[in-house]
Design a protein around this ligand. Structure first.
Ligand SMILES: Cc1cc2nc3c(=O)[nH]c(=O)nc-3n(C[C@H](O)[C@H](O)[C@H](O)COP(=O)(O)OP(=O)(O)OC[C@H]3O[C@@H](n4cnc5c(N)ncnc54)[C@H](O)[C@@H]3O)c2cc1C
Length: 421
């Protein structure tokens, strides 16, 4: 009898474990995801800034699995795990499993700041990226119409909280779009009023990366006119003012929140399995502590057994992919009664794009920046995109956009049922 594996979450980890168990008659797999598509978070900021289409970085699950005989898709959001009955409840029905794999990633962490949660703009999903895109385009239109200097300035100011790769990439791209596009297309607007602020509570940008990467990012963004504020955190966002820990404030209608993440909630798991950052504690084989048949992969799990990463792995795509591949192999070994392989992360490095033709790359043994780093970034970010069609489409789009400096998808689109209203 094939074992039924339920995988909740079709991100990097979910998709890679499916790939390693596809068409294996020993397993019947059900992928559960709240969306009907897989997407590629590292490029979301380019959707938010109208640089590429959402379809460039997303792909339908059913299309992805149509050649995999043993894989089924169930669209639904996980509500609860019942460990005794080996079932899960989703908002679209209940399912039973032999093994359960949790790979639902993380959600935005607002650190308990209610106003920030209510009024800032997070950027972790395609929906949020499209919402942010509409918001920024609408705000520009309003700024172009507004004659009151103070209001126009507030509309044109953009504050990005979080100086990690996402904040840096976003700041660089918005600054360049201001330079290449706003000047030409918004002649009524006084661009001298606009400022892009990048704020981080730590003493440097790109804090997990090398000193060279941090300095390059700082210098390049400064040159692009980004106002970088370090050692300062956002404390509140009310009356359109971002309140800072140093007592200053910035008036803006756009606070973009890229400051932190927290594991998604999984009701029903033993309380002792949920640890720091709401991550799920797992052993060296990604089995959830205090359970027998539940596994967790990727951003949602915390694994302290890897001797090179005693504090746990960074929440990166490569960790999720490598854990998924290892668990896939271990499932096959389990069926054959063979010894399982503990997970050990092979760090392939990290990178961030800063501006046109400029990126920083940290490899395990050396770091580099500039044009070659930018080409490396492009190459690395096209390779994992799911379908061949997406890769070609994205590569062509990028090439055209970087040459012309003028992406033309700046339409404000609201899905509505009745267009007369
Ligand atoms: C803006 C951004 C930029 C990033 N850039 C980089 C980068 O440049 N390099 C890098 O290595 N990493 C980057 N990361 C981190 C990287 O995306 C994550 O480490 C990686 O996605 C983790 O994979 P995962 O499979 O654990 O989770 P995810 O890829 O987040 O997948 C989670 C899946 O679970 C589904 N899901 C969530 N909740 C539920 C639910 N209740 N029920 C059912 N399904 C659910 C989601 O729809 C999604 O499909 C970035 C992340 C973000 C947000």
């Amino acid at each position: 009898m094939a074992k039924h594996i339920i995988i909740v979450g079709g991100g990097f980890a979910g998709v890679h474990i499916i790939k390693s168990l596809k068409n294996d008659p020993d397993f019947k797999i059900t992928l559960v995801d709240k969306n009907n598509y897989h997407f590629f978070p590292p490029l979301i900021y380019q959707v938010a800034t109208s640089f590429i289409q959402a379809t460039n970085i997303s792909y339908p699950f059913r299309k992805m699995i149509d050649n995999f005989d043993n894989v089924h898709f169930h669209m639904g959001s996980l509500v609860k795990v019942n460990t005794e009955s080996k079932t899960i409840e989703t908002d679209t029905g209940n399912l039973s499993y032999d093994y359960l794999i949790l790979s639902m990633g993380t959600e935005t962490n607002f650190f308990g700041m209610e106003n920030v949660q209510r009024c800032s703009l997070p950027m972790k999903s395609i929906e949020e990226a499209l919402y942010l895109r509409n918001h920024m385009l609408l705000t520009l239109e309003e700024a172009a119409r507004n004659k009151d200097v103070r209001i126009a300035q507030r509309l044109q100011n953009i504050v990005i909280a979080g100086g990690g790769p996402t904040g840096v990439e976003l700041a660089g791209m918005i600054a360049e779009m201001g330079k290449y596009i706003a000047e030409k297309e918004y002649p009524e607007m006084k661009l001298s009023l606009s400022s892009i602020y990048l704020i981080d509570a730590l003493p440097s940008l790109l804090s997990p990366m090398s000193k060279m990467a941090q300095k390059t990012a700082y210098d390049k963004l400064k040159n692009l006119g980004v106002k970088i504020i370090l050692n300062v955190s956002v404390k509140d966002y009310k009356d359109k003012k971002v309140m800072l820990s140093d007592g200053n404030f910035i008036e803006t209608e756009t606070l973009i929140w890229t400051s932190g993440v927290i594991g998604r909630e999984v009701p029903g798991l033993p309380a002792e399995s949920i640890v720091k950052g709401r991550r799920i504690a797992v052993d060296a084989y990604n089995k959830v502590n205090h359970t027998n048949d539940i596994f967790a992969l990727g951003d949602i799990c915390l694994q302290l057994t890897d001797e090179n990463f005693p504090k746990g792995h960074p929440q990166l795509a490569q960790v999720a992919i490598q854990q998924a591949k290892n668990l896939g192999k271990n499932f096959k070994k389990m069926e054959k009664g063979e010894t399982l392989t503990p997970f050990s992360y092979n760090n392939k490095g990290s990178m961030a794009i800063i501006s046109k033709f400029n990126a920083v790359v940290d490899l395990p043994k050396f770091s580099f920046n500039g044009f070659i780093a930018w080409l490396t970034w492009l190459f690395i970010h096209v390779i994992p995109l799911v379908s061949f069609r997406s890769k070609i489409r994205l590569a062509l789009d990028w090439f055209r956009l970087f040459i012309t400096n003028n992406p033309s998808i700046r339409m404000i689109l609201y899905p509505k049922r009745n267009t007369d209203n």
